[in-house]
Design a protein around this ligand. Structure first.
Ligand code: ATP
Ligand code: MG
Length: 139
């Protein structure tokens, strides 16, 4: 078993879709191993998305990610990073496959409902960003 870091983003939380997304992910075979709800401040969102700092959409992305509460969580499954990215679909919901989280629940390429780590190394970094050592020791 392995882990990935997922975030239910502000668009989905404010639209009241968090419960449906969680149920969908559990049905797909992911186990929730840690979960919290919080509102990111600007410095936190900029740090989380630091790799995108030079992209034209960076400021807008940071504004969006700080616009309301998010739900970061650690999900466990076999091959969790790859299987989760498959389950959420393409970044742009217009291009996401049928039955994926973004196809079902996302609004636009920016307001795309969920985040998923893109490698095991980034999953470790992102779990460390959101969860304390005490929480990680339970994993
Ligand atoms: P995530 O990292 O959130 O799981 P991703 O890996 O599919 O998504 P990235 O390329 O890492 O996509 O982009 C990070 C986030 O930035 C996207 O999820 C989306 O919210 C936003 N984003 C990406 N591309 C664009 C774009 N062209 N215009 C606006 N926002 C974008
Ligand atoms: Mg990404």
């Amino acid at each position: 078993m392995s882990y990935t870091l997922a975030i239910i983003k502000p668009d989905a939380v404010s639209a009241g879709r968090a419960g449906k997304i969680l149920a969908h992910l559990e049905e797909k075979g992911f186990t929730v191993r840690a979960l919290r709800m919080m509102r990111l401040n600007r410095a936190q969102a900029e740090a989380f998305y630091a790799v995108h700092r030079e992209r034209p959409f960076f400021d807008s992305l940071v504004s969006f990610m700080t616009s309301g509460p998010v739900i970061p969580m650690v999900l466990e499954s076999e091959d969790a990073v790859a299987r989760f990215r498959e389950a959420i679909g393409a970044t742009n919901p217009a291009e996401a496959a049928e039955g994926t989280v973004r196809k079902l629940f996302a609004e636009s390429i920016e307001r795309n409902a969920v985040h998923g780590s893109d490698s095991d190394e980034n999953a470790r970094r992102e779990v460390g960003f959101f969860f304390s050592e005490a929480e990680r020791l339970g994993l």
